[in-house]
Design a protein around this ligand. Sequence first.
Ligand code: AMP
Length: 219
Amino acid sequence: MRLILLGPPGAGKGTQALFLSERHGIPYMASGEILREAIRQGDPIGKQAQGAMEAGSLVPDRVITDLMLQRLSQFGPEQPFVLDGFPRTEAQATELDRWLAQNRQKPVDRVIDFEISENRVVRRLAGRRICRKCGANFHLENLKPRQPGICDRCGGELQVRSDDQPETIRKRLAVYHDETEPLLRFYRAQGKLREAPGDLAIEEQYQELMKLLRKEQLL
Ligand code: AMP
């Protein structure tokens, strides 16, 4: 199964992608995580992306598309994958389709749109915490670390993501509305778009996603 997860920031895309990979062994790639890792490592691509990310804007299409396609080129032509955060514009989606076809790669099977209201997004993002060292994600209510403020995975210190400040959240929602929502139409026209709830507790959200993927005969 080749899957794209869509939906506003805070709709649970990253957590659901992680569950799919942990529980079903499907490799996932999260563009935001890849960029944050590049920043932590001091990579040139991270330096290029940092300003836009902290402002809540999008990184230029060319930069992110080259990065993601380069990663995808390491996958076999039938290798299942889940993408979180990419594509995020119509230009990126068009380029992904073109690249898959040109490289005799299996096309994307389905695109899942996680639906959640703006109010819930703001509440969710306010509780989100990320490990300063390894980038693992936690949530003060929904995905608590075993020890407050400490990463379960590596013992690193947890912090608020720099783009989860209220002003930046509003900007990211506006960017989602303007640049990413048009993608829903794009994938609906291809017959690939399916909707799933994005405002449930994490485990319930996963069960709903499982139901949908089974119904679509993808699992
Ligand atoms: P995320 O972790 O998916 O919320 O992404 C965090 C930030 O990384 C976004 O607000 C953008 O600045 C940048 N980013 C991630 N994916 C993309 C993409 N596909 N296109 C442009 N910018 C991206």
